[in-house]
Design a protein around this ligand. Structure first.
Ligand code: ARG
Length: 425
């Protein structure tokens, strides 16, 4: 173990996690590994500063890009004692994307929580790996400015409160230049010349793009920002699709049976080709910063549109109204890193109970950046043609309406009379 002057001493940091960095106090460290510059350099930094062995864990949530075996090998080449890749795509779709779809969750009414739902899954795999490898410390590559540090550490705290978290990039202010210096000095097999124009986080539920020229909130995103969606302004034929749901789960597309993962992937492809699901917003981060974020989530947004319309057909009115409030609270909890929390668990139970009758078919047209529902049918429908029709066959007794309206407006009418009597102060 050699120390050169350019290697920062990890235990120098005055943060609360400093103790975890003391040499000799750390056994093994499990690192959430992405294959990128920061986490690759992180392996060496942690090893050299603490003497601990690093186990690198990469989780496949459908992010695409580099071959995962290449990523695994890179971790080993960068000094990890062990490295593995967990294929968690089905698990991610079934246990993280599906609840988000059923909640209809959109943070700030816009963002389908793409990154926010992948972190708890990664945390679960990290905690398992820590147990398997006898590690007492978990490391991640987040900065101190974002939400993801909170999601990792609050998640670990909830699943494995005995583990300590460290974040070399944040706790040591590891800049890109210092990381490159380190990688060059150690001859690490990692690309250091190519500067990515954006910071990107992707998975099967969508893609998040930030930084670079997007930090000027007046700058419009250019086409090269997007990878899951085509330009919606380019003329092409509309695509009509039918999605079948069973108890809130998408089970078939155009009559062909699909898993949740396949449903999201298929809709990513078809809705993405029509430019559906582009989002450009200024977002309130948990750490208090407003940030410009661009997202694309074609499958997620198209499936949410379909699922939401099927709920409109099958949920009783008061249940549906209450669920809208739950949706917002659920979105905020998940955004804020509280996936594994008691309130989130309670809301999950409510949401699950609302899905009992969300069974049926939704037809929609994907075109020009929009997923528009044009038809719905369900054995569980609460839509009663005889009650709704203005034509013959009407079974609605209109004579009941008059008394209903009188009583409904009675409290406000009484208050208005009082105000007229005593005057308004
Ligand atoms: N702002 C989003 C969130 O907090 C996305 C963050 C994703 N990270 C990235 N490198 N683009 O969920």
């Amino acid at each position: 173990m050699t120390h050169s002057p350019d290697v920062p001493q990890l235990h120098r940091t005055p943060t609360g996690t400093a103790a975890a960095f003391d040499r000799g106090s750390v056994g093994r460290v499990v690192l959430a590994y992405s294959g990128g510059l920061d986490t690759s350099v992180g392996i060496g930094w942690i090893t050299e500063a603490t003497g601990a062995e690093v186990v690198a864990v990469a989780v496949d949530v459908g992010q695409g890009g580099e071959d995962l075996e290449t990523i695994r090998q890179r971790a080993l080449d960068c000094g990890a004692v062990e490295a593995y890749v967990a294929d968690a795509r089905e698990e991610f779709a079934d246990e993280y994307c599906l609840p988000t779809l059923q909640a209809g969750a959109l943070y700030m009414d816009q963002y389908p929580l793409v990154s926010a739902i992948s972190r708890p899954l990664i945390v679960k795999h990290l905690a398992t790996a820590a147990r398997e490898h006898g590690a007492s410390v978990v490391a991640h590559g987040c900065t101190g400015k974002g939400n993801d540090q909170v999601r990792f550490e609050a998640g670990i705290g909830a699943l494995a409160p005995d583990l300590t978290c460290i974040a070399p990039v944040r706790d040591l202010a590891l800049t890109r230049d210092r990381a490159i210096e380190f990688a060059t000095a150690r001859e690490l097999p990692i690309e250091t010349t190519k500067k990515n124009p954006f910071s990107i986080d992707a998975n099967v539920w969508g893609r998040a793009i930030e930084t670079g020229f997007l930090e000027d909130v007046w700058n419009g995103p250019t086409e090269d920002v997007y990878a899951y969606t085509s330009d919606p302004s380019v003329a092409r034929d509309p695509d009509e699709v039918t999605v079948t749901f069973e108890r809130g789960v998408p089970v078939a597309i155009d009559g062909e049976a699909v898993s949740v993962l396949q449903a999201v992937e298929t809709m990513n492809r078809r809705a993405g080709a029509q430019g559906v699901g582009r989002i450009d917003m200024v977002e309130d981060r948990l750490v208090g910063i407003k940030a410009r974020e661009v997202y694309e989530a074609p499958g997620a947004m198209a499936l949410m549109a379909a699922h939401g319309q099927l709920e409109n057909l099958t949920l009783e009115r008061e249940q549906a109204r209450f669920k809208r409030g739950v949706r917002q609270r659920w979105s905020e909890l998940v955004y804020d890193g509280l996936w594994f929390s008691p309130l989130k668990g309670s809301l999950d139970a409510f949401i699950a109970s609302t899905q009992e009758h969300v069974t049926g078919e939704i037809r929609m047209t994907l075109h020009g950046g929009r997923a528009v529902v044009t038809g719905r049918r369900s054995e569980h429908s609460l839509y009663d043609f005889a009650l709704a029709t203005y034509d013959t066959g009407d079974t609605f007794d209109q004579s009941l309406a008059r008394g209903f309206v009188d009583l409904w407006s009675l409290p406000a009418k009484t208050a208005a009379r009082r105000d007229a009597r005593v005057g308004q102060r």
